[in-house]
Structure formats: structure tokens, C-alpha cells
Design a protein around this ligand. Structure first.
Ligand code: PLP
Length: 372
């Protein structure tokens, strides 16, 4: 059986039109910093992609800095405000947590939503700060109240950095209207190539280059641009924007999946079930089986999903996101994430439920034979 791919939050399949555009770009020569014709042509391709990426999130093209991905964008955003006190949510991606080791940690509730009262208390007792809170969580899909967070941060003269990696292309996003000062994006989460992303600034926000070298990206990111990757990123952003309302229809797939899962086992729990979530993410725990074991059984049935936390290294480690939500070790240890996207078909959900149903049946038979 062909694998059913349900791990879009780890990486989404690249759109066929994007593959074509990347290949076409790679077959032409030109460094965007060169003054001659091929160089100017490469520069034009980069500038077109800058417009496409800006349009996806309601930003100005001139504020887009292309990076090697979401990780670098997050690192650069946090480094740019290293002189300020920094507050980060406890459910951030490792690329935020690792880039701000001395930051103070905010709080989330049992759904993973930011505690706004606590944020306000922190800001009242601080010098103007940098606050970093992601838009949508990679494990649970929970979407934060971004405008409210931005208002609080700005009332206290702070800067708001938002990791929008799991939100862009999956839900309407307007950086300007929502008051996000620094926004991180990654191309490979919505159908673009891996290894390319962006940090998008607000008007007047300074952001020195992390890398030392040439004056590319208006001296905000040294190094020859990944032209083919950037072209693919731009096209994927344009397609994602055009298909945003289509993407919202995935909610019916998610509802079917979650209802189906609950029908299969009474003990199954869906994290943040009633909180605002992206339409593509379901994180659940079936406490009967550890995540590692369930992942292997699903893999044997050609189902590509991930454990709640294994986004980075393929390792199954305990989830800091679920732990910040107050989820106990046994529930967190059996958390599985299913994430769908542009190429998911209704049959994929049916096949997953069938495969999972067989595992549940097998387990039930084993338990009853052991107790008899
Ligand atoms: N931020 C979030 C929320 C993510 O889920 C990821 C990737 O999983 C990243 C940042 C890192 O992005 P990249 O893989 O482009 O470095």
C-alpha cells in the first residue's frame, strides 16, 4: 500500500508547480548581486518572490528578509532584541527556546492558550521587552489571540515577535492589522522547498544580520540568496494565498478524523479539542499504547504520522508543549500528531481510521486474552 502521508506540520509535499519553477530557475545562471543581465534577471526573480511572500501575510515586500528557514528567522529575531528583557511562551519551537536561553517564560492554560493576565503582569514590571509567542502550535495546532497579545505588548512599549511558521498558508494572516513587529515564516510547511524562509520586519524595526559577510538583503542577511529556493517559496506562498479558502475545507476532514478516533476508543483524548486550532492539526493520546509503539505499528501499516513532539530529530521525546499545558507524563507519552494539507484526500482519513481501528482491535483482543 502507498504510504498515507499525514505529517504536513513536519513538512508538506512540494507543489508540482513549485518543483517545476525551482528546476527552471536552477537551470539558469545569475547571482542577484551581479550587475550584468543574468544577475539582474536573478534579482528580479527574488524581488517577485518577495512580493508574493509579503502578500501571503499582509506585509510590505521591502520588510521581507529571506533566510534559510524558520529556525534562522527565529534566531535572528531574538538576537535583534538581545538588549531587551525577553519573554517567550513555554510552547515555542526549539528554535525560539534555544535562541533565548535567558528569556523569562510566560504561561499557558490547559488548552495551550497564552495566559494574558500573566503576560500583562510581566510587562508591567519590566523595561520595554521583546515578547515571542507563536501564531499556531506545531504539535496541537492551537492558535493564539495575536491581536490581543500585540495590544498588550505595545501598551508597554514592547516589540512582538511571532513565529508564524505553522500558521502562514493555513489560516488568514495579516501581520500589519494584527500588530506583529517581527514575523518568522518557513516555506516547506505549505508546499514550498525546504531550506528557505523569511523574517519579516515591521516598519522602522531594526534587525542586524546574524551572518557576517556581504550586504545582501539590504545588509540584513549576508550570503548569496538561494534564488531557486526563494522562487519556489514565493510561488508556494502565492498558491497558498489563492487556495486559503479551499484549505479551510480541511476542517471537515479533521472533524471526521476526530469523530472517527473517538468512536474507536473511549479512552482516546484529543488535546485542545475545543480551543481555536488550525484546520489541519489533531494531536491525540490513546493512553493504552506508548507513542513509540503506536508509531511503529502505524508505520507498518504505511501511515506516516508523528509523535506529539518529534518534529526535529525523529526522536520521540517528551513534549514540552504538553507538559506546559499540565498534561501528565503518561498521556504525553502516548501523544500522536496528525497533520494534513493541500494534497490530503478523504480516502487518506478513511485509510488511517481503518489502520488505527485494526491496531485498537488487536490490542483489545490481546488484553482480553491476557485477562481470561
Ligand atoms: N517554528 C515552528 C513552529 C516549526 O514548526 C518549525 C519546524 O518544524 C520551525 C519553526 C523551524 O522551521 P525550519 O524547519 O524552516 O527551520
Amino acid at each position: 500500500m502507498a504510504a498515507v502521508y499525514l505529517d504536513y506540520n513536519a513538512t508538506a509535499p512540494v507543489r508540482p508547480q513549485v518543483i517545476e519553477a525551482v528546476a527552471r530557475t536552477m537551470s539558469t545562471v545569475g547571482n542577484p548581486s551581479s550587475i550584468h543581465g543574468p544577475g539582474r534577471k536573478a534579482k528580479n526573480l527574488v524581488e517577485k518572490a518577495r512580493e508574493q511572500v509579503a502578500a501571503l501575510v499582509g506585509a510590505r515586500a521591502r520588510d521581507v528578509i529571506f533566510t534559510s528557514g524558520g529556525t534562522e528567522a527565529n534566531n535572528q529575531a531574538l538576537a535583534s532584541a538581545a538588549h531587551r528583557p525577553t519573554f517567550i511562551s513555554p510552547i515555542e519551537h526549539d528554535s525560539v527556546l534555544g535562541a533565548a536561553p535567558t528569556a523569562a517564560t510566560l504561561r499557558v492554560d490547559s488548552d495551550g492558550l497564552l495566559d494574558l493576565d500573566y503576560l500583562e503582569t510581566c510587562l508591567k514590571n519590566s523595561e520595554p521587552a521583546l515578547v515571542s509567542v507563536m501564531a499556531a502550535n506545531n504539535e496541537t495546532g492551537v492558535v493564539q489571540p495575536l491581536s490581543q497579545i500585540a495590544d498588550l505588548v505595545h501598551e508597554h512599549s514592547g516589540l512582538f515577535h511571532c513565529d508564524g511558521v505553522q500558521a502562514a498558508g493555513k489560516m488568514p494572516f495579516n501581520k500589519q492589522d494584527w500588530g506583529v513587529d517581527l514575523l518568522s515564516l518557513s516555506s516547506h510547511k505549505f508546499g514550498g522547498p525546504q531550506g528557505v524562509g523569511a523574517l519579516i520586519l515591521g516598519p522602522g524595526t531594526e534587525c542586524p544580520s546574524l551572518l557576517k559577510g556581504g550586504g545582501q538583503e539590504r545588509s540584513r542577511r549576508a550570503g548569496t540568496e538561494n534564488v531557486a529556493g526563494i522562487v519556489g517559496f514565493g510561488l508556494a506562498a502565492e498558491i497558498a494565498l489563492n487556495e486559503l479558502s479551499e484549505f479551510q475545507k480541511l476542517e471537515t476532514f479533521k472533524d471526521k478524523l476526530e469523530q472517527g478516533l473517538k468512536n474507536l476508543s473511549n479512552s482516546l483524548l484529543i488535546f485542545s479539542e475545543h480551543a481555536p486550532r488550525t484546520v489541519n492539526t489533531t494531536c491525540f493520546s490513546w493512553p493504552v499504547m506508548a507513542a513509540e509503539k503506536l508509531l511503529i505499528q502505524l508505520d507498518l501499516a504505511s501511515m506516516a504520522v508523528s509523535s506529539g513532539s518529534a518534529c526535529s530529530s525523529g526522536k520521540v521525546k517528551s513534549s514540552h508543549v504538553l507538559s506546559a499545558m499540565g498534561v501528565g507524563a503518561d498521556l504525553a507519552g502516548s501523544a500522536i500528531r496528525i497533520s494534513i494539507g493541500w494534497d490530503t484526500k478523504p480516502e487518506d482519513i478513511d485509510q488511517f481510521l481503518e489502520a488505527f481501528g485494526k491496531i485498537v482491535d488487536r490490542n483489545n483482543r490481546k488484553v482480553s486474552s491476557e485477562t481470561n
